[in-house]
Design a protein around this ligand. Structure first.
Ligand code: MN
Length: 251
């Protein structure tokens, strides 16, 4: 089994090192990850400047680009083969509910999925890397399960996984969930620069708005590892007929 591993926190982040260590004996694992922290870069691709790939002393390759750049470059020429699975993470913090739209961790996995390869994005629910080894062990368990059931080459899937920061003995089972929803993000933070200009910092993510039973928020709060299958089609299928009825076609 050939596994491509990436992330959005950068190739030196503890999360990708832990995930590599956890799954390295499950197949041929190659790392291609961003040089710097690229959190919240979603699916962005770098189109107007060149990308460079370097190899670190530990064998990880790093790119001066986004998470999606890394997977894109890997799959379109750098690797020279097609991996069976793309894995991303482990991210420093939750990617639940609306986070998945912004997440570079999900973006890296989604790039693999868009190329037709099954993919998994892993995140810890709290920042700070507490109990990272336990998260690695859970990630390994899921990757092993997925490899055992066989990776389809015709109908790929994309899993978004969030792991509570707990010791392994306190982590509960995998729970298949839908995404919850968050409130709007917190207010922007403004400061005055040393030059007297106003600087703005994007505020934190909003608190959970829909954390009902069956959501990722609910499952992880109880100590479960949430597993949400994602798809990419943003069409509002439910409202298609209503829109069709209300938009009168011109002649
Ligand atoms: Mn991140």
């Amino acid at each position: 089994m050939k596994i491509l591993l990436s992330n959005d926190d950068g190739y030196q982040a503890p999360g990708i090192v832990a995930l590599y260590e956890a799954i390295k004996d499950l197949g041929d694992v190659e790392v291609v990850a961003p040089e710097h922290n690229n959190s919240a870069k979603s699916n962005a691709l770098t189109l107007h400047s060149p990308l460079y790939v370097h190899r670190a002393a530990n064998g990880f390759r790093y790119v001066n680009g986004t998470p999606a750049d890394c997977v894109h470059v890997a799959l379109t020429g750098l690797l020279g083969y097609r991996p069976d699975l793309v894995v991303s993470g482990i991210n420093n913090g939750a990617n639940m509910g609306d986070d998945t739209i912004y997440s570079g961790t999900v973006g890296a996995a989604m790039e693999g999925y868009l190329f037709g390869i099954p993919a998994i994005a892993f995140s810890q629910t709290q920042k700070g890397w507490a109990h990272l080894e336990a998260a690695g062990a859970k990630a390994r368990e899921l990757v092993q399960q997925m490899l055992a059931r066989g990776v389809p080459q015709d109908s790929p899937w994309l899993l978004n996984v969030n792991i509570p920061n707990r010791p392994l003995s306190e982590l509960k089972s995998f729970k298949v969930c839908r995404l919850g929803r968050r409130h709007a993000a917190e207010k922007i933070i403004s400061q005055t620069s040393p030059h007297g200009e106003t600087m703005y910092w994007i505020g934190g993510a909003g608190a959970a708005k829909d954390d009902a039973e069956g959501t990722d928020f609910h499952a992880t709060a109880l100590g479960h590892v949430s597993v949400t299958p994602l798809k990419v089609d943003l069409t509002d299928h439910d409202d298609l007929p209503a829109w069709a009825a209300s938009l009168q076609a011109g002649r």
